[in-house]
Design a protein around this ligand. Structure first.
Ligand code: ADP
Ligand code: ASP
Ligand code: MG
Length: 402
C-alpha cells in the first residue's frame, strides 16, 4: 500500500465525461489498496473566463479580490469530482485549500506556500476517504484566501506529496508526458522517459508550461518522485528525478517564452557602481531580471539592456523614469520579443551546442538580439513573430528526423 498524490489539470476535468474518466483513474488507484489524495484545477478555461469577467467590471481590481474570485474555479471542480466518486460508490471528501491546511504568505496572486498543516489530510486518509483538494489556493496570516499564481495547482500537489512523504506524485495532463518541445506546436517531437529536476526546472521556467516551475523547485528540494502523464491515454509518462541515465540525446528540449520585455537604458553614465545601483533598485522592488547586456563605453556613457517578465515591465520602467541616477539616459521598453531556449545537462560535455543553435537560426534568417547561457541552457532573444519558426528550426537541428 502506498500514498499517492494525483493532480488533474483543467483540461482533464473540463466536462462531465472527463470528470467521470478522472474519477475512474482515482478509484482504480484506491481499489488497489492505496491512500489517494487528489489535487484538482479549475475546469477548462474557467480561470481565464473569471479574469475576463473581472476586467469587464474593473480594469485594475485589487489582487485580494482577484484571489477571492479565481479561487472559486477550483471550488467547483473539487465538488463535482467528489460527486463523481460518490456516484461510483467510494468514500470521498472535498477540501478547499485552507481546509487542507495550506498556509501561504500574503502575496496575493502569487502567494508562496509556507507550510501545510497536515492534520486534516492525515485524518481523512485515516478514515479511508479519498481526499480531493482544491489546487492553487491557501490562506494567509490575515485569514484571506490567496492564490499561488497561474499553473499553481502543480505546486499544491507537489507540496502535499512533500509534506506527507508520499510515495509518488502524479501530474495528469492532456499530453503523455514531457516532450522535446511542445507537442501541440512542433513536429517530430519525442517524449522523454526521464528528465532531471534541474533540466525540468529550466524547461518550465523558460516556457514549457507542462509543469509549473515552482512545483519542480519543491519536488527537487524534498526529493518528490514526480511523474507527468496523460489522463486520457493510460500509458507511462515522464519521470522527473535527481539523476537520469544519459541517453543519446544530450539536449532535452527546446522551448519559447513570449512573456518577456526588454528594457534598454541608453547612454547611462559610464562610472563605477552604476550597474550595482540599477540592479539593486530592481531587486528592492522584487523584479526578477534575466538576460543582461552592457555595451562598451563611449564618450563616458554606455547602454545597459536587460529582460524582465512582461508583467513587471511597467514597474521596471517607472523605477528609472526621471531618475537622477541615469542622468538623462533614454529608456526603451520592448515587448515584441521572445526568448527561445535549448536545455540539457549533457551540453556541458558537448562542445558546439551554441554553434548548432545559432546556425539553425541563421539558416532561417532569424536575427539574435541577446544571448544568455548557463551550464545546462542557452537562450536567445529574438523577434516575437519569429518564435515558432525559431523553435521548429532549432528543434529540427538537435532532433533530426530519423
Ligand atoms: P494542465 O491544464 O493539465 O495543467 P497545461 O496546459 O498547464 O495543462 O500544460 C500542458 C500543456 O503544456 C500541453 O498541452 C502542451 O501544449 C504544453 N507544453 C509546452 N511545452 C511542453 C513540453 N515540452 N512537453 C509537454 N507539453 C508541453
Ligand atoms: N486554475 C489555475 C490556472 O488556470 C491553476 C492551475 O490550473 O494550476 O492557472
Ligand atoms: Mg498547468
Amino acid at each position: 500500500m502506498a500514498l499517492i498524490v494525483q493532480k488533474f489539470g483543467g483540461s482533464s476535468v473540463a466536462d462531465a465525461e472527463r470528470i467521470m474518466n478522472v474519477a475512474d483513474i482515482i478509484t482504480d488507484t484506491y481499489k488497489k489498496g492505496n491512500d489517494v489524495i487528489v489535487v484538482v484545477s479549475a475546469q477548462g478555461d474557467t480561470t481565464d473566463d473569471l479574469i475576463k469577467k473581472a476586467k469587464e467590471i474593473n480594469q485594475d481590481p485589487s489582487k485580494r479580490e482577484m484571489d477571492v474570485l479565481l479561487s472559486s474555479g477550483e471550488q467547483i471542480s473539487i465538488a463535482l469530482l467528489a460527486m463523481a466518486i460518490e456516484k461510483l460508490g467510494y468514500p470521498v471528501v472535498s477540501l478547499l485549500g485552507w481546509q487542507a491546511g495550506f498556509n501561504t504568505n500574503s502575496t496575493y496572486g502569487a502567494a508562496r506556500i509556507k507550510k501545510i498543516k497536515t492534520d486534516r489530510l492525515i485524518n481523512e486518509i485515516g478514515r479511508k476517504n479519498i481526499v480531493i483538494v482544491a489546487g492553487f489556493q491557501g490562506l494567509c496570516k490575515y485569514d484571506d484566501v490567496t492564490t499561488l499564481g497561474r499553473g499553481g495547482s502543480d505546486s499544491s500537489a507537489v507540496a502535499i506529496a512533500a509534506a506527507l512523504h508520499a510515495d509518488r506524485c502524479q501530474i495528469f495532463t492532456d499530453v503523455e508526458g514531457v516532450y522535446t518541445a511542445d507537442p501541440r506546436k512542433v513536429k517530430n517531437v519525442s517524449r522523454l522517459d526521464e528528465i532531471t529536476y534541474d533540466e525540468m526546472l529550466e524547461l518550465a521556467t523558460l516556457g514549457a508550461q507542462v509543469l509549473n516551475n515552482r512545483s519542480v523547485e519543491i519536488a527537487k528540494k524534498y526529493n518528490v518522485k514526480l511523474e507527468v502523464l496523460s489522463s486520457i491515454t493510460r500509458v507511462p509518462g515522464t519521470i522527473v528525478r535527481e539523476a537520469v541515465k544519459m541517453e543519446k540525446m544530450f539536449i532535452r528540449g527546446v522551448t519559447k517564452d513570449t512573456n518577456v520585455a526588454r528594457i534598454s537604458l541608453i547612454e547611462v553614465p559610464d562610472v563605477p557602481g552604476i550597474a550595482f545601483k540599477i540592479f539593486s533598485r530592481l531587486a528592492a522592488k522584487k523584479i526578477n531580471v534575466d538576460i543582461i547586456l552592457q555595451s562598451v563605453g563611449r564618450d563616458n556613457t554606455k547602454d545597459i539592456a536587460f529582460t524582465v517578465s512582461k508583467d513587471n515591465a511597467a514597474d521596471a520602467v517607472a523605477l528609472f523614469e526621471g531618475s537622477d541616477l541615469l542622468k538623462g539616459a533614454k529608456i526603451k521598453c520592448d515587448t515584441d520579443i521572445a526568448k527561445v531556449s535549448v536545455v540539457g545537462a549533457g551540453m556541458e560535455s558537448h562542445p558546439g551546442t551554441a554553434a548548432t543553435m545559432f546556425e539553425a537560426l541563421f539558416n532561417v534568417d532569424i536575427n539574435i538580439q541577446m544571448i544568455s547561457t548557463s551550464e545546462i541552457k542557452i537562450s536567445v532573444l529574438i523577434d516575437k513573430d519569429e518564435a515558432d519558426k525559431a523553435v521548429a528550426a532549432v528543434h529540427a537541428a538537435f532532433f533530426p528526423e530519423e
